[in-house]
Each structure stands twice: as structure tokens, then as C-alpha cells.
Design a protein around this ligand. Structure first.
Ligand SMILES: Cc1ncc(COP(=O)(O)O)c(C=O)c1O
Length: 417
């Protein structure tokens, strides 16, 4: 079998399923779908044919194009969104001015993905959990304001499932209190708030290009910043903590005379979380398609919103700014009399994949026993945890499948339908 055939494999289904919960029958609406076409295949074959597979030109070009697209000065590609968070958090400990220190307090939302929190814990920060707004699923702004105390050095803002945070409020809070804003934008590539892309509001923004996200490099992630020192620190940290690729203008070290040692000089306790040229080349192709993907995701979302807007049984995600609509969240209204288990059974029998909202309430996961943390209130996060779920959105027209979702859910009885 040729390499091309091996990569090509069977034609990707329009809407396939991966990690969702569904019955044994055919999946009618999955959580994820492949967005790879002939362009990505050709790009990968071309890279393989050059024999230059490790991080190089394609990764660099993808980074430059990504920074240009989103509107940031410097982008760095790594092997996942989780690694982007890890490297970005680490960099803040090595800045010359006002570095983070072990024991500093960082505000985090109760609902996010596990690897939003892990690097913060791993670097010895104290996590101060703040509740979410049940409609937007992002920070409840009043709770966030109350949580800001003099010991808070950073706020991690996570725009959940494509929906931008209230960055007008959050940037104001950060400015007023001299707090670093860190954006974990791994779920919201392409979203905008006040006409500006999410991921550009903080000192650092992180992105994921995992298979099921807005663009895919199979696995992958990016760090975006306008701060040259942070960029140089991240560049070293992603790559063994060495000086290679720093360039003569780098503010994080001074070149020494001896070229022999200079080629392998280690300055930071870093990682190897590099991306490959295959991922860089595929990233460039996917980026060309992002506008089109977003347009279709939003078209699907308009249809979903219209269908469910009067259905009082569910809280559907309220859009802030321009969401990039990762998925469609639904929270069974506790007062509706519906039972989520019953709803999920209907979905399962209908072949509609579904799952928890991001990581749901992180405070309800066993792993928090390892964290140094404080809970400032998590009532809404608990509701999302106990009553919520999401179904997939896709960069292809799924309006007929949204109809099918609607019809399937019609049969579920509730007190206030
Ligand atoms: C908010 C958030 N942060 C970080 C990540 C990690 O990204 P990755 O899966 O690329 O490691 C995810 C993954 O979905 C996420 O949703």
C-alpha cells in the first residue's frame, strides 16, 4: 500500500462519532467529523516526500499565518492545546518583571477543561474557583468581581465552546487591579467580541487544533502573544529550554563566545512539545478553510437557536459577541420536571451523541484533591454538571440533523413544555 493510500483510508463520514455516549445503532448526529480533504492529504504527502518531518518551515509559516489571521504579533505552535497552556503558564514564571511565584493566587472558572487547571496546579499556584453564568456558561461577572482580592495575580478567562467571555468587563477588572489576563481560548477559535478575535485580549492566548476543534492538525495547539519576551520564553520552553532559534535580539539570554556549547545551551527548565512539519503543513491548509467552517457553524447555530428558542424545558447557550459555536449546549431546567437521564436515553436511542459540557464542574472531579484551591461559589456550575449536556456542531450543513434532534426531544415529557 502506498503512503497516499495509507493516509487516504476510507472516505471520512460527514458526521462521525468518536467519544460520545450513544447506543449500538447507527450514529445519526455525532460529536465530531473529519475536515480533511485532498488538500490536507497532498500537503502531508509533500512533506513526507521532502524528508524534512520535524519542526521547521511549515510550522513557522503556519504560525505566521495564524498570528496574521487572528491578529496577534507572535504565534508558536506546540503539540496540543494542553501543552500551549503548560508552556504559556511556565513562561510567566521566568519573566524579568513581575514574574508569577509559587503560592500566588489565580482565578479560574468552575467549568473548563482539565488541562486549563493542571499547569496552574503544577506550578504551585493557588486556584480560586469562580462560578459561571448559567446562560453564557462563562464567568458570572458579579462573582468574578467579588473574587478579586489583593493576592490575585492572574485571571484565566475561558470562552466556553465558542462563546466569548465578557472581555469588556474582564479586561477592565484586570487593568484596574494590575492582574494578568490569560486566555485559554482552546474551545473558541474564530469567535469575536466587539469585533476582535478571542485569544487576543490577554497577555497570552492559547488555542487547540485537536481533531474535533475549529481547525484540525490532528493534535496541536498555539500560543499567541504580543509580548516579545513571553514569545522568546515560550519558544525556549517548548524546545528543551535551549537557546536554539532565539536569534540575536532575544531578551532572555546573552550569546557566549563558544559556538560549540552555544549550539546546545540550556537556559530554562523546559519541555519538548514541538509540533511536526506534517501538522504545520496541514494547519496552513485548514486555516484557509476556517472562514468557511465558521460560516457554516454559525448557520447551523442560527437554525438551532430558532428551533429551541421557545422550548422552556432547556437553557441553551446565550451568545455573547460572535460565537464560533463549537457545539450546542442544553441544560435541562431543574423546574421543568424533566429528568436528564430520560433525555439522554432518548438521545442515545435516537443515535444522537452527547457528552458533558466541557469538563463540567471541575470541583466535582476527584483530581481537585491534589489542588490548593478555594471555592467562592459553584451553584450554577453544579446545575450545568447535574442537568447539562451538549450535542455536536459541525463545519457542514447539519440543519436536517438539528430537525431530527428537535423531533427526537419532542417526545420527552416535562412539566412546563
Ligand atoms: C478549554 C480547553 N483548554 C485546553 C484544552 C486542551 O486542548 P488539547 O485537547 O489540544 O490538549 C481543551 C480541549 O478541548 C479545552 O477545551
Amino acid at each position: 500500500m502506498s503512503i497516499l493510500q495509507a493516509i487516504k483510508g476510507p472516505a471520512a463520514p460527514v458526521v462521525d462519532g468518536t467519544d460520545g455516549d450513544c447506543g449500538p445503532q447507527d450514529i445519526r448526529l455525532g460529536l465530531t467529523s473529519s475536515t480533511f480533504g485532498p488538500e490536507e492529504r497532498t500537503a502531508m504527502i509533500e512533506v513526507i516526500d521532502t524528508g524534512m518531518l520535524t519542526m521547521g518551515r511549515h510550522v513557522r509559516e503556519f504560525e505566521e499565518r495564524f498570528a496574521g489571521y487572528i491578529g496577534g504579533k507572535y504565534a508558536l505552535m506546540v503539540n496540543s492545546g494542553s501543552s500551549a497552556n503548560l508552556v504559556a503558564v511556565a513562561s510567566l514564571f521566568f519573566r524579568k518583571e513581575k514574574p508569577l511565584k509559587r503560592g500566588d493566587t489565580v482565578i479560574v472558572p468552575c467549568v473548563s477543561w482539565a488541562t486549563t487547571f493542571y499547569p496552574l496546579h503544577q506550578y504551585g499556584l493557588k486556584l480560586k474557583f469562580v462560578d459561571i453564568d448559567l446562560e453564557t456558561l462563562n464567568y458570572d461577572i458579579e462573582s468574578l468581581k467579588k473574587a478579586v482580592t489583593p493576592d490575585v495575580k492572574m485571571i484565566v478567562a475561558v470562552s466556553i465552546l465558542g462563546n466569548p467571555c465578557r472581555f469588556d468587563e474582564i479586561t477592565g477588572i484586570c487593568k484596574e487591579n494590575d492582574i494578568i489576563l490569560f486566555e485559554d481560548n482552546c474551545e473558541s477559535m474564530g469567535a469575536k467580541f466587539n469585533g476582535r478575535y478571542t485569544g487576543t485580549f490577554g497577555l497570552i492566548g492559547t488555542f487547540s487544533t485537536f481533531y474535533s476543534h475549529h481547525i484540525s492538525t490532528i493534535e496541536g495547539g498555539l500560543i499567541l502573544t504580543d509580548d516579545y519576551e513571553i514569545y522568546c520564553l515560550c519558544k525556549s520552553l517548548r524546545n528543551h529550554g535551549w537557546t536554539r532559534d532565539q536569534g540575536p535580539e532575544s531578551p532572555i539570554y546573552r550569546t557566549k563566545e563558544d559556538d560549540f556549547f552555544e549550539a546546545y545551551r540550556f537556559i530554562l527548565p523546559g519541555y519538548n512539545v514541538r509540533a511536526t512539519e506534517l501538522q504545520g503543513a496541514v494547519g496552513k491548509e485548514q486555516l484557509k478553510k476556517l472562514d468557511g467552517f465558521l460560516k457554516i457553524r454559525r448557520q447551523n447555530a442560527e437554525y438551532f437557536k430558532e428551533l429551541f428558542k421557545d422550548d422552556r424545558r432547556f437553557i441553551i447557550q446565550k451568545e455573547v459577541g460572535e460565537s464560533s459555536w463549537f457545539s450546542f449546549t442544553m441544560i435541562v431546567r431543574p423546574e421543568s420536571g424533566l429528568n436528564r437521564k430520560q433525555v439522554l436515553r432518548v438521545l442515545k436511542n435516537a443515535g444522537i451523541e452527547h457528552r458533558i459540557i466541557t469538563g463540567s464542574n471541575m470541583l466535582r472531579h476527584d483530581v481537585v484533591e491534589y489542588f490548593d484551591y478555594e471555592n467562592t461559589g459553584s451553584g450554577n456550575a453544579d446545575t450545568a454538571h447535574d442537568y447539562g449536556f451538549f450535542v455536536g456542531n459541525h463545519p457542514v450543513d447539519i440543519r436536517d440533523k438539528i430537525d431530527y434532534l428537535y423531533e427526537s426531544l419532542k417526545s420527552v415529557q416535562g412539566a412546563t413544555v
